[in-house]
Write a protein that binds this ligand. Sequence first.
Ligand code: URA
Length: 287
Amino acid sequence: MNASQPPDSRWQRAQLLREMGFSPQWRLRQQPAVGRQPSVVLADATRAGLHQQAVEQARPLPGGASADVPSAARTERTERTERAEQIARLGWDELAESVAACRACGLCEQRRQAVLGVGDHGADWLFIGEGPGAEEDARGEPFVGPAGKLLDAMLAAIDLRRGADVYIANAVKCRPPSNRTPEAVEMVACAPYLRRQIELIQPRLIVLLGRAAAHALLGDVGSLASLRGRPLEYREGAGGRVAIPVVVTYHPAYLLRTLPDKAKAWEDLCRARTVMRMAKGAATRPA
Ligand code: URA
């Protein structure tokens, strides 16, 4: 807590933390070990793992195979690459049009509308969730249902606000039926959109909300518990030139069901704030 804040804002913060289920004993007693371990670069190496899983899921059933399968697979790979390259050139307006018209996976069949994301296009903070739910599908904005209310409270607890230096996106842009977890094929189909959003925003920090978001961006790299608290990076740009720090935490919908883990989410948010301070410090330090 910042002692220079006026008492009413401190009171508001305390209220918010209470609403989130945090109490004073959950405050961090020591600085998290940011930067003490070597940073782990996961994005490119492990995206291949996600892709492999998608290939497995998309593999034709036995009996349907033909002698042409290798060349069909090659054509599909080429088409996928061309589509990704084309998406990588889009500006915001074209990106929104492309997402709205996208039919790259089965999720388009039951969506009311695709949900690109919301917020500041030049945000330092990028939060990534899993995929739109029923309310998001109806309103066209991510995190507007109960999980979204908790996400707003989490943002407020670290002095952030939706739309102000914050952008919120999802791993998949269309609602998975019955709010199921998106499948690997669906996340792979949507990945070029997420990558383009990251390139356009150039956030200083990415916060991944839940395992599906971690899976989409980092690949299948293990349990959420094993990713929390680890120094991670997402690399983008030609040859992975740009390294963006990544913090992984629980999905707000999970936190609504599992109150005890809110304390851990609070630790993650404090850590994210520390990582952001370091990222800003590094950017202002003379070369
Ligand atoms: N859950 C998500 O992951 N994203 C949303 O937009 C809403 C709920």
